[in-house]
Design a protein around this ligand. Structure first.
Ligand code: 9PG
Length: 780
């Protein structure tokens, strides 16, 4: 077959090749060299493998035998090349597998260690792709300071962004935001699960990412000054018994295309190999947390439920989720505090009766020192090296420990807890939070359980308790290791009703210089991760970009910042959770929520994700037979007003800006926005300009016609443009139509004349819609 993988043997060792990639190997040192065929991109001559025992020097592969076999898995067919290096001196055999697929441009590789000795071998890590040494050093066109590194955080809240090769990695301290102490020298980065290295001079990119995550934490280390990249799978000292083989995770190495393409492919592969659950429809709902926080009461929830019921047209949501604040203590989930006098089962049935899915928050892997759960089951928690409970987080002014997922009794407790919450109380949606706590480094019942295995065992117990049909939203969760358990997952740190968090000292003193937020709860921080992790949405789970806050009380967000938050959430096509006290919202703020409902069918892409830490260009393309639309978010993330330019694809485009409600005419090349306020944005609909009358945009929904216009036809004979409008988005909308040079004679909505405003070259029509309607615009 023309597209199948070829294999052969060169001067130094065997090779594999498909239409995109060639993997060369050397038998003398068991190294591999991937080469992208287009443009002959060969970033390293030798990527090595090695093993790091817990208490001995690294074991480096030596001379290797090899083997080539046909191969097939969830990614389809291909060939597998195995290098087998016996390191007799150290009593182990190292194996490297490399798979090339018929249908994917990346290679997938893993490293295995077989203990051939009679003694158990405690293993810290398997190093899968190490390019640092001698001839292995990365050869890119740019100097290391100019490299761009996409660094990915290990859990929901961990900073994810691109940085320059001369910068210092973000502070993301363990145990909450990072699994290990991050490097602090300029140019050194530790990226979890996946990382990408971009060479601006050549436009080439190298992505390395774990496409399985069942046993080991995978970290991609980049040391720009040393021109080194190194993929490490951490085994936490787990024992390899005599004659046992332990395999690293499978790691994709992708040299083709730009980081955005590579991340999309990476997510597809990870999703397929880990059995991702992607919901058919992305949930939308209301969440109690960001207005009421821990003070939430039964009455707060009921008032908002009544409001939602009474505003079904404006708020077509499906889920009402109670957050933190109902429980007696962290760990004592089934003991409800006095703020919920009628109990959580009563509240669930009220929510159901109103026609919504009841949702509830738990931090099931945390057990507070003060809790009854801890008093009854002190053996449930992970221990530090002194045998003391390991601290997961000091939130809620108390010490909280992490659950030991390797302990069968703890798993049974988790399973029963979720049966009580779901089958007992009646919740069909659970937000499970602070999940990293099950992946703390430390001592466990099963001394050989890695952090990732124990974490996944705990998650499996939760899923067993909820049952297959219920919605699990992860939060504070490991990313790749959670794929297959969650329906939705939080992709950033908490939003807040302020743009950037300032400490008391910073607030008192002079305005601080812009600094990269890392572990600060804020709208800016939430937005940054949402943009930088959009590629996960629909491939690993439904992304949760965190809640939309549109209130006018208890907020420091300006209207520009609020629109930016709405634009990012809307264009991300992720879950849309509102978290305000709804009956306090002025109508135009309620409109902002309506404009994001229902969510768009697919996500935008952060076009400049590798160039900037905060991407400023966000684009989603929607193609239907009767409508081609490109919806663009253009952001000013700077602290001063500035001009923004949106570059257009070739051709002539009707350009329309949503927040300013402005038709920009037929544009070519680019459109410019002058003095966009700090933290503000412009959201632009582009539609190819034809010769006939056509839709320019509507203002009812962030998609500007993508969802609310369900049909468009130009009747040449009758000179009528017919638009079918669905009752989507806010009730009142403006429809902009281009006349294509013709003068407008009339506009009729379902047969009745409605007001229209002819303008040079276009018509502005105001239409309030509560049911599907037909708009007919007649031209002379
Ligand atoms: C409830 C909240 C909300 C919120 C969650 C999570 O790093 N931290 O200390 C930290 C504390 C709380 C937090 C996130 C980070 O918020 O993300 O949506 O459910 O818990 O307590």
């Amino acid at each position: 077959m023309a597209n199948s993988v070829a294999s052969g043997r060169g001067r130094n060792g065997p090779w594999l090749q498909n239409q995109w990639l060639r993997i060369e190997t050397r038998q003398d040192d068991a190294s591999i060299a991937p080469v992208a065929l287009a443009g002959d991109f060969r970033p390293t001559e030798r990527a090595m493998m090695s093993a790091q025992p817990a208490d001995a020097p690294p074991i480096v592969a030596e001379r290797a035998e090899y083997d080539v076999q046909p191969y097939a898995d969830e990614l389809g067919e291909g060939k597998r090349l195995t290098l087998i290096a016996r390191v007799a001196r150290r009593g182990v055999t190292l194996r490297r597998e490399v798979v090339l697929y018929d249908a994917y441009p990346f290679a997938v590789t893993r490293v295995g260690l077989k203990n051939e000795s009679a003694a158990p071998l405690p293993l810290d890590g398997l190093y899968v792709f190490t390019t640092g040494e001698g001839r292995g050093r990365l050869r890119l066109s740019s100097k290391p300071d100019d490299w761009r590194i996409y660094r990915h955080g290990w859990q929901s809240w961990s900073p994810t962004m691109s940085l320059g090769g001369g910068e210092v990695d973000v502070r993301s301290r363990p145990p909450v935001l990072s699994p290990e102490e991050p490097p602090d020298k300029p140019g050194q980065f530790a990226s979890d699960d996946v990382g990408a290295l971009y060479d601006p001079a050549s436009g080439r990119s190298l992505l390395a990412g774990a496409v399985t995550a069942r046993e080991a934490l995978t970290q991609v280390y980049v040391d720009a000054p040393s021109r080194a990249l190194d993929v490490r799978c951490l085994f936490d000292g787990a024992t390899v018994l005599p004659q046992q083989t332990v395999w690293s995770e499978r790691v994709a190495i992708d040299l083709v295309g730009r980081p955005n393409d590579q991340l999309a492919r990476y997510a597809e592969a990870l999703g397929l190999l880990m059995g991702a659950r992607v919901p058919a429809t992305t949930p939308a709902g209301w969440c109690s947390w960001y207005y009421f926080y821990q003070d939430v009461t039964e009455d707060d929830v009921m008032r908002n439920l009544r409001f939602i019921e009474q505003h079904r047209r404006e708020l077509p949501i499906d889920t009402v989720q109670i957050d933190d604040g109902y429980q007696a203590d962290i760990g004592d989930w089934l003991i409800v505090n006095e703020k919920f006098p009628r109990g959580m089962d009563w509240l669930a049935s009220e929510i159901k009766r109103a026609g919504y899915t009841p949702g509830i928050w738990l931090a099931p892997f945390l057990i507070a020192e003060s809790s009854r759960a801890f008093a009854e089951h002190p053996e449930f928690v992970v221990r530090d090296e002194h045998g003391e409970p390991a601290l997961a987080t000091e939130n809620w002014q108390r010490r909280n420990y992490g659950i030991d997922g390797s302990l069968p009794e703890a798993r049974a407790w988790l399973r029963d807890l979720f049966r009580s919450v779901c089958d007992g109380w009646g919740y069909d949606y659970v937000k499970i939070d602070f999940l990293f706590a099950a992946a703390l480094r430390g001592g466990r019942h099963d001394a050989d359980a890695t952090r990732v295995r124990a974490y996944r065992e705990a998650l499996a117990a939760v899923r067993e308790g909820t049952g297959d049909g219920r919605f699990i939203l992860g939060c504070g969760s490991l990313m790749a290791p959670s794929v297959g358990f969650f329906d939705g997952n939080r992709v950033g740190l908490d939003v807040g009703p302020w743009w950037r968090y300032l400490t008391t000292a910073e607030r008192a003193g002079p305005k601080p210089r812009f600094r990269k937020p890392d572990d600060q709860l804020s709208a800016e921080t939430a937005i940054r991760n949402s943009l930088n992790r959009t590629w996960m949405h629909g491939r690993l789970w439904a992304n949760d970009p965190d809640c939309l806050l549109v209130r006018t009380d208890r907020t420091k967000l300006t209207i520009d910042e609020t629109q930016t938050l709405a634009s990012v959430i809307g264009l991300s096509a992720g879950m849309m959770l509102s978290s305000d006290d709804l009956d306090k919202l002025p109508p135009e703020r309620l409109d902002l929520i309506s404009m994001l409902l229902p969510v768009l069918p697919h996500a935008a892409r952060a076009l400049d994700l590798i160039e900037r830490d905060m991407p400023e260009r966000y684009e989603a393309v929607f193609e239907r037979d009767f409508d081609h639309a490109r919806i663009n978010g253009v952001f000013n993330f700077g602290d001063d007003a500035q001009d923004l330019r949106l570059d257009l694809p070739d051709g002539r485009w009707h350009a329309f800006e949503l927040w300013g409600e402005r038709y920009l005419g037929i544009a070519e090349g680019s459109v410019e926005f002058l003095l966009v306020p700090p933290h503000g944005c412009r959201v632009v609909a582009l539609r190819p300009a034809g010769d006939q009358p056509q839709l320019i945009a509507t203002t009812g929904h962030i998609g500007m016609g993508v969802l609310d216009i369900t049909g468009q036809a130009w009747d040449e004979e009758g000179r009528r443009l017919v638009l079918d409008i669905a009752p989507v988005g806010r009730r009142s909308r403006v429809v902009y139509v281009s006349g294509g040079g013709l003068a407008v004679l009339s506009a009729m909505l379902d047969g009745a004349p409605i007001r229209f405003e002819p303008r040079p070259d276009h018509v502005r029509i105001e239409a309030a819609i509560d049911a599907a309607a037909r708009l007919v615009v007649t031209f002379g």
